[in-house]
Design a protein around this ligand. Structure first.
Ligand code: ATP
Length: 431
């Protein structure tokens, strides 16, 4: 059994690599710290999470509008939003080994975690986490741009477009999924703290008088979401973030934390951003951000509730909740107890023996039927049945279907359940 937290984390990282979920970015060249590449199963699991989110928060609701804004934005966006001046983490440098660390994340603020020197840290300085680049062929002040550190600004800059095109009633939300980039001082803990990651964000525009009621509704919706991910309720915690700890734009923040194998850490955030961003745009771009209540002359700049979800952290929470070890017939077994709606493969189909053409033909027939019905179906005829079950358990496939000689006569197959390992015979037509 993976007993301590690091062992469990290592077991998950190793399974993720071995089975084709997640690899270190640029691995063949020695890697690039803080970047990760998704293999066939990882990309499907990640997309299943993102699709579920889009369905729950956009498609199933009447008050939500999706956008997909450009990652590169005019530098004025990041000046007005405060990111150029204040999107920083405190950085200290060790005078002995020259290692650089994020001051507020050190286990011991007086000991270098790399060379173990005592009291070797410099004064903390503010390190801006945005990746700077230049847009166009001229490398000067005016061409500076940044890889977006959050998807939110691409929503705020489109607020007026959405109001003009759709004139939605308040409250309404604009949702976006996409990449965000932060030059984290110390990327670590697998995909938990990456330099390139994905966010799923909603800016929910409300009448300022209603912000508290709407905020509470979002607290409930966030819990529903963590349930939909299959995360155990007792592992999700609310942390009320106090004054100085909150981001510069927020008047109230709840961090939803999760008991990851690395400890209790932030899974996602819920913030009351007031009219901070829309007013910044109004003041800096000189465009009115007023909302006029339909049929009245009442005008105001809406306030904003922002639930901000990190895809990688959701994925890591799902993987760590699903990772299970047990014993089957006296042997250790590892399996991912993924909720069926998230599992990258729903059914694996095998002929009992791969060198018997009549079994293979029948199994191919079953495979085609299931593939049409469920899409995410894998053909697996590698190794013996025991090995196939082991592999499918490790990637979290809920059902394995085996076609044997009897199937040729009775049109029935063996279906094995991942969690209980129980096997049943059922009619192909009932699959
Ligand atoms: P932390 O305190 O852990 O650095 P944060 O408070 O800066 O996180 P937010 O700015 O609130 O994070 O970002 C919203 C969400 O985006 C987070 O809750 C998290 O899910 C995700 N996120 C932020 N930074 C990273 C990162 N470096 N790697 C992966 N996901 C991230």
């Amino acid at each position: 059994m993976a007993e301590n937290k690091n062992e469990k984390m290592e077991a998950i990282v190793s399974l993720a690599k071995r089975r084709g979920f997640i690899y270190q970015g640029s691995e063949v060249y020695g890697g690039l710290s803080g970047t990760w590449d998704y293999g066939p199963l990882g990309v499907t699991l990640k997309r299943n999470i993102m699709k579920l989110w889009w369905k729950v928060f956009v498609e199933d609701r009447e008050d939500m509008y999706g956008v997909d804004a450009a990652i590169l934005m005019n530098q004025k966006v990041w000046k007005a939003s405060g990111h150029v001046d204040t999107f920083t983490d405190p950085l200290v440098e060790c005078s002995e080994c020259k290692g650089r660390f994020r001051a507020d994340k050190l286990d011991d603020p007086n000991k270098c975690p790399t060379c173990k020197a005592d009291n070797s840290f410099s004064e903390a300085r503010a390190f801006n986490m945005m990746f700077k680049t230049n847009v166009g062929p001229v490398d000067d002040e005016s061409s500076i741009s940044y890889l977006r550190p959050e998807t939110a600004q691409g929503i705020f800059t489109n607020y007026k477009n959405i109001v003009d095109s759709f004139y939605p009633d308040l409250p309404f939300g604009i949702a976006q999924q996409g990449k965000a980039f932060r030059n984290e001082i110390s990327p670590r803990d697998f995909i938990f703290r990456s330099r390139e990651f994905e966010q799923m964000e909603i800016e929910y525009f409300v009448n300022p008088a209603d912000w508290e009621v709407e905020f509470e509704k979002w607290v409930g919706l966030v819990h529903q979401w963590t349930k939909a991910l299959g995360l155990p309720e007792e592992n999700v915690h609310e942390l009320e973030v106090e004054g100085d700890e909150r981001a510069h734009y927020s008047k109230r923040t709840i961090d939803f934390e999760f008991d990851f194998p690395i400890g209790r850490e932030e899974l996602l955030g819920l913030a009351y951003r007031t009219d901070f961003d829309l007013m910044n745009i109004q003041n800096n771009a000189g465009k009115g951000m007023d909302y006029t209540v339909k049929g009245t002359n009442t005008k105001f700049v809406p306030h904003v509730i922002e639930p901000s979800f990190g895809v990688e952290r959701a994925l890591m929470a799902v993987l760590s909740s699903a990772y299970t070890e047990d014993e089957v017939n006296g042997e250790k077994r590892i399996f991912l107890k993924l909720p069926e709606h998230l599992a990258p493969v729903k059914y694996a189909v095998s002929p009992l023996l791969k060198n018997k053409p009549e079994l293979v033909a029948k199994a191919r027939e079953v495979y085609s039927i299931l593939k049409k019905k469920h899409g995410a179906v894998m053909w697996d005829d590698n190794g013996n049945i025991g090995k196939r079950y082991r592999r499918q358990d490790e990637i979290g496939t809920p059902h394995c279907v085996v076609i044997d000689f009897e199937s040729l006569d009775d049109d029935m197959v063996t279906i094995r359940d991942r969690d209980t390992t129980e096997q049943k015979r059922i009619k192909i037509s009932e699959l």
